[in-house]
Design a protein around this ligand. Structure first.
Ligand SMILES: [Fe+2]
Ligand SMILES: [Fe+2]
Length: 168
């Protein structure tokens, strides 16, 4: 189903389509994070990625919960946007030799992922509310909160330590 698919007629259709998009994205992120954990050198960054892998598994479950609440089948639709972000993350990190510069690159890639998730969840929450599905909005808000917290923690790690080490 393409983005301008004729199957999407109503805001409800669009909500379900976008839910399937983030479902796919979360599962791709779940697959990509172990590679980022392997590549990270800084112990705090490694631990941060590990924690977020755990949270990401929870995000997948919460999205499944929203499918159920909304009474639709849990299904993925391809999301070329997250594929591109993850592909670029892999490319760039493969090209960086210096361990500390690599950590800085990994943080930048991870933040691109978090921001993608944040934009999707922000939209989904707004649409859920508009559709009268506060129950769905509340579950999605839990994911959004964890993405935001992760993004803030990455900024803090980068600015207080990782970028300084990378610049040495
Ligand atoms: Fe997530
Ligand atoms: Fe995330």
């Amino acid at each position: 189903m393409g983005f301008f698919s004729k199957d999407i007629k109503t805001l409800d259709d669009l909500f379900v389509h976008t839910l399937r998009d983030i479902y796919y994205a979360e599962k791709q992120i779940e697959k990509a994070l172990p590679k980022m954990i392997d590549k990270a050198t800084d112990p705090q960054l490694k631990a941060g990625f590990e924690k977020h892998l755990d949270q990401t598994r929870g995000h997948v479950e919460r999205v499944e919960q929203v499918f159920e609440l909304h009474g639709v089948k849990a299904k993925e639709v391809n999301c070329p946007a997250i594929d591109g972000i993850l592909e670029e993350a892999d490319d760039v990190s493969g090209d960086v030799d210096d361990k500390e510069v690599l950590d800085a690159a990994l943080i930048a890639s991870a933040q691109a992922v978090e921001h993608y998730e944040m934009t999707r969840y922000g939209t989904l929450i707004a649409w859920a509310k508009q559709l009268g599905r506060t129950d769905c909005a509340n579950v999605l808000a839990k994911n959004l909160k964890e993405e935001q917290a992760t993004d803030r923690k990455l900024t803090e790690m980068a600015e207080s330590k990782i970028n300084l080490q990378a610049a040495e």
